[in-house]
Design a protein around this ligand. Structure first.
Ligand SMILES: Cc1cc2nc3c(=O)[nH]c(=O)nc-3n(C[C@H](O)[C@H](O)[C@H](O)COP(=O)(O)OP(=O)(O)OC[C@H]3O[C@@H](n4cnc5c(N)ncnc54)[C@H](O)[C@@H]3O)c2cc1C
Length: 248
């Protein structure tokens, strides 16, 4: 038995407490590290840590994609639920933050500064240093090894298996049951009675193929990071994505 303050904890409970304390301390250390980085490089709010990325995403900026992402109408339920929840509450957890930023900067290839500035106006706990440095890590514009492009469909299935979070924030889908909300081929056009009553339009068709655009984004980030020409979209990929974009 371990006495901590007014509590007596068994060894297991004390070990859990220690793990949580270490987890919390780790995060405070990250926070400190990002603040030190930003104090020496405040231009990271507007410029990429690796300069070869400056202007790359801006060159193909599509206002329609930005509008769909920020208003929670991308056709990807987990992304739309997160964006609408954030807009209403001012807070989403770390995993959701990383997932919506990965989707915006990889699948939609949106400029980091536009994404970060919008989220800065939404986050109740906006901390410039943490915010702008992490955006660059998620968007792959730093020399950190390993690039994590989040699969929003898989993230939804893993972290909202029964679709409770999605149905809470995307009323158009409230007529669907359990994991059905994770399948864009099922969700497109859904328009529950509740949503009609609230004045929502039918739920949109997914705007881009998440797997295809993730693959292209990984290839582009890898090339640009290593000083190679930006491969952009190849042949058939262009047509497929353009066809989808025409549907917005
Ligand atoms: C794209 C993106 C943007 C983010 N923007 C911000 C922001 O503007 N302000 C902000 O405080 N955090 C930001 N974070 C980090 C993290 O998501 C939040 O700190 C955390 O979700 C807040 O939840 P909490 O208060 O329960 O933190 P806890 O998990 O309890 O952590 C405690 C404190 O540690 C710090 N912290 C936690 N996680 C991190 C992290 N990954 N990196 C650095 N510090 C961390 C924060 O100050 C937090 O308040 C961002 C993460 C991502 C992926």
């Amino acid at each position: 038995m371990v006495t901590s303050g007014h509590q007596t904890l068994d060894a297991q409970a004390f070990q859990r407490l220690q793990e949580r304390a270490r987890f919390f301390l780790d995060r405070l250390c990250w926070r400190r590290q990002y603040i030190q980085t930003f104090e020496t490089r405040p231009e990271l709010e507007y410029e990429c840590l690796l300069p070869q990325f400056n202007g790359v995403r801006e060159a193909t900026f599509d206002e329609r994609l930005f509008e769909a992402w920020q208003s929670g109408r991308t056709g990807v339920p987990y992304i739309d639920a997160a964006m609408r929840c954030l807009h209403q509450t001012g807070w989403i957890n770390m995993r959701l933050r990383a997932t919506v930023v990965s989707f915006a900067t990889m699948n939609f290839w949106l400029p980091i500064t536009r994404v970060a500035q919008f989220l800065a106006t939404e986050f109740l706990d906006y901390e410039p240093a943490v915010h702008h440095v992490i955006h660059q890590i998620v968007a792959g514009t730093t020399n950190f090894d390993g690039l994590m492009v989040y699969d929003p469909i898989k993230q939804g299935r893993d972290h909202d298996p029964d679709g409770l979070f999605i149905r809470r924030w995307v009323p158009e889908l409230s007529g669907l049951h359990g994991p059905q909300v994770h399948d864009p081929s099922t969700t497109a056009g859904q328009h529950s009675q509740a949503a009609k009553g609230l004045g929502f339009a039918p739920y949109p068709q997914v705007i881009v193929d998440c797997r295809l655009t993730a693959k292209v984004a990984r290839r582009r980030v890898h090339a640009i990071k290593h000083g190679l020409p930006d491969p952009g979209f190849a042949g058939a990929e262009v047509t497929e994505v353009e066809q989808q974009l025409r549907l917005i």
